[in-house]
Design a protein around this ligand. Structure first.
Ligand code: CTP
Ligand code: MG
Length: 242
C-alpha cells in the first residue's frame, strides 16, 4: 500500500503509566492526506496526550493507533519519525547554530531547503537579520530567541523533514494574529498533500479545518466543521465565546 500518511485512532483509551484513571477514553477518528483535523478543548482535556500516541511517546492502554493501516507499535521508530513530525507544545532548541537546530534529524537537507522552510514558518527575516544567518548561535533551550521565534524555528525544523503527517501542538499561540494567519496560508501550500493535525487555542486558527474534534475530559464530545459545531455543540460555543 502507498505510504500516504493516513492516520487512524481506533477506540483508543490511554492512561499515563501508574495512573489509575485514563486521560483519553474511546478516541476514534481518521485523518487523511490533504485534510486538516483540528483538536480543541480546555486545558487538561487531553490534546497533547492524544498527539503523543502517534509518534509513540506513549502507547494506548486499549485500542489502536494506525499509520497507513499499520498499527504504530508494528512500525520501526525510525520509520515513524520519517513520516510523522511533531511540533511540541513547548518547542525545544538545543545549544548550537540555527542550522544545527533546523537539520536535527535530517542532515541531507540543502541550505536552500532550510531557507524555504524558514520562509514558510515566517522565520526568514529574523534569521536574515542575524549577523551569521543560519550560523547564528542558539543558546541551550533557545533562551536567546523569543518564544515566537522559538516556535517558528521548531515549525521550520518539522518542515525540513518533509513528513507525510504534521502534528502541531498549539504551535501558533505565541504568534500574533497576523503572523499566525500568514504562516497558515504559507503552510497550506506546503502541506497540500500531507495530513495535518492541529491542536489550537485560538478559534481563528482552525475555522477552515476539514474537521474539528471537541475534546472534553479525554473524550471527543462533538465533531464537525466550524459552521456545524456553532450550530450543534454547546461545548464549542462556550470555547468560541471564551
Ligand atoms: N497528565 C499526566 N501526566 C503527564 C501529562 C499529563 O497525568 N505526563 C495529565 C494532565 O494532568 C491532565 C491530562 O493528563 O489531567 C491531560 O493532559 P494534556 O494532554 O497535557 O492536556 P492538554 O489538553 O494538552 O492541556 P493544555 O491545553 O493545557 O496543553
Ligand atoms: Mg497540551
Amino acid at each position: 500500500a502507498a505510504l500516504t500518511g493516513v492516520v487512524e485512532y481506533r477506540n483508543v483509551t490511554f492512561a499515563y503509566p501508574g495512573a489509575e484513571s485514563p486521560v483519553l477514553s474511546n478516541i476514534s477518528f481518521t485523518a487523511r492526506p490533504g485534510q486538516t483535523i483540528a483538536i480543541i478543548g480546555s486545558t487538561g482535556a487531553g490534546k497533547t496526550s492524544l498527539l503523543s500516541l502517534l509518534p509513540r511517546l506513549y502507547d494506548p492502554v486499549e485500542g489502536q493507533v494506525l499509520l497507513d493501516g499499520v498499527p504504530v507499535d508494528k512500525l520501526d521508530r525510525a520509520e515513524i519519525t520519517k513520516r510523522v513530525a511533531l511540533v511540541p507544545q513547548r518547542p525545544y532548541l538545543f545549544s548550537g547554530t540555527i542550522e544545527h537546530n533546523l537539520r536535527f534529524g535530517k542532515t541531507e537537507a540543502t541550505d536552500q531547503e532550510l531557507w524555504d522552510a524558514l520562509r514558510v514558518a515566517q522565520g526568514e527575516s529574523f534569521v536574515r537579520e542575524k549577523k551569521n544567518g543560519l550560523g547564528a548561535r542558539i543558546s541551550q533551550g533557545g533562551t536567546n530567541v523569543s518564544g515566537g521565534q522559538r516556535q517558528r524555528l521548531c515549525i521550520a525544523r518539522a518542515l525540513v523533514t518533509k513528513p507525510r503527517v504534521y502534528l502541531f501542538d498549539d504551535s501558533f499561540s505565541a504568534l500574533d494574529v497576523a503572523t499566525d494567519a500568514r504562516l497558515r496560508t504559507a503552510l497550506k501550500g506546503i502541506t497540500r498533500d500531507a495530513t495535518v493535525i492541529i491542536v489550537a487555542q485560538r478559534i481563528s486558527t482552525i475555522t477552515e479545518a476539514d474537521q474539528i474534534l471537541v475534546l472534553d475530559n479525554g473524550r471527543i464530545v462533538d465533531r464537525g466543521t466550524h459552521e456545524e459545531l456553532l450550530e450543534t455543540s454547546p461545548t464549542y460555543q462556550e470555547i468560541v465565546e471564551s
